[in-house]
Design a binder for this molecule. Structure first.
Ligand code: AP5
Ligand code: ZN
Length: 216
């Protein structure tokens, strides 16, 4: 299974991806998580990326394509299949991905779009808590951890993302509508676009998502 999860900030990409990983034992590549790991390590790339991420813009195509390429080439689990979360986010990234896969005689099976109205995303984003090492996300109200501010699996502290505030969210949504909506069109033309209503409960979203793999 080779698939893409497309959706605005807070749509539930990071929440649904582990369900797919558990079912198919494939790799989950989230460019946002990879970039946050660079930020945490304060590498030169991380320092540059943090400014762009906090401002709600996009890191350069070259950098994110390079990160995905190196994982697809070196990560054994990705050879069985993959879920791309937050990539591709521009048509250029989508074209580069197709080029990479074509050279291996592979292609994308499904480009799932998690559809949800912007106004529902404010509470999801402002209430989110994450476990930085794993990328696991919780929500203060909708999906609280067992112990306050503590990751269920490791017992480590949870944090709020520095771009999870109303102002940065507005910019991220603008960026999404301008740069990523054309990516949806790109996959529609290839007959790979699978829209899902992402405003429902996580459980219902998962039911609809798993039905895609069962049907096609
Ligand atoms: P990234 O980390 O990808 O952020 P994003 O796209 O803004 O998406 P989020 O992680 O905010 O949302 P999500 O859909 O994963 O939501 P989640 O499941 O956590 O990217 C960050 C930045 O990195 C970008 O802005 C950009 O600068 C840069 N970047 C990344 N990729 C790039 C690329 N390819 N090119 C260039 N730059 C790139 O859920 C959110 C909250 O809602 C959680 O609290 C969760 O518990 C809750 N929730 C989830 N589902 C439900 C539900 N059904 N009902 C109620 N609550 C729910
Ligand atoms: Zn995410």
């Amino acid at each position: 299974l080779r698939m893409i999860l497309i959706g605005p900030p807070g749509a539930g990409k990071g929440t649904q991806a582990p369900n797919i990983v558990n079912k198919y034992n494939i790799c989950h590549l989230a460019t946002g998580d990879m970039l946050r790991s660079e930020v945490g390590k304060q590498t030169p790339l991380g320092v540059e990326a943090k400014k762009i991420m906090d401002a709600g813009g996009l890191v350069s195509d070259e950098i994110v394509v390079g990160m995905i390429k190196s994982q697809l080439e070196s990560n054994e689990k990705c050879k069985l299949g993959f879920i791309l979360d937050g990539f591709p986010r521009t048509v250029t990234q989508a074209e580069k991905l197709d080029g990479m896969l074509q050279s291996k005689k592979q292609s994308i099976d499904h480009a799932v779009e998690l559809r949800i109205a912007d106004q529902l995303l404010i509470s999801r984003i402002t209430g989110r808590l994450i476990h930085p090492a794993s990328g696991r996300s919780y929500h203060k109200e909708f999906n609280p951890p067992k112990k306050p501010m503590t990751d269920d699996q490791t017992g480590e502290p949870l944090i709020q993302r520095s771009d999870d505030n109303v102002e940065a969210l507005r910019k991220r949504l603008n960026t999404y509508h301008q740069q990523t909506t054309p990516v949806v069109e790109y996959y529609r033309k290839q007959d790979k676009h699978r829209p899902i209503d992402a405003s429902q409960s996580p459980k219902l979203v998962w039911e609809n998502l798993s039905a895609i793999f069962a049907n096609k």
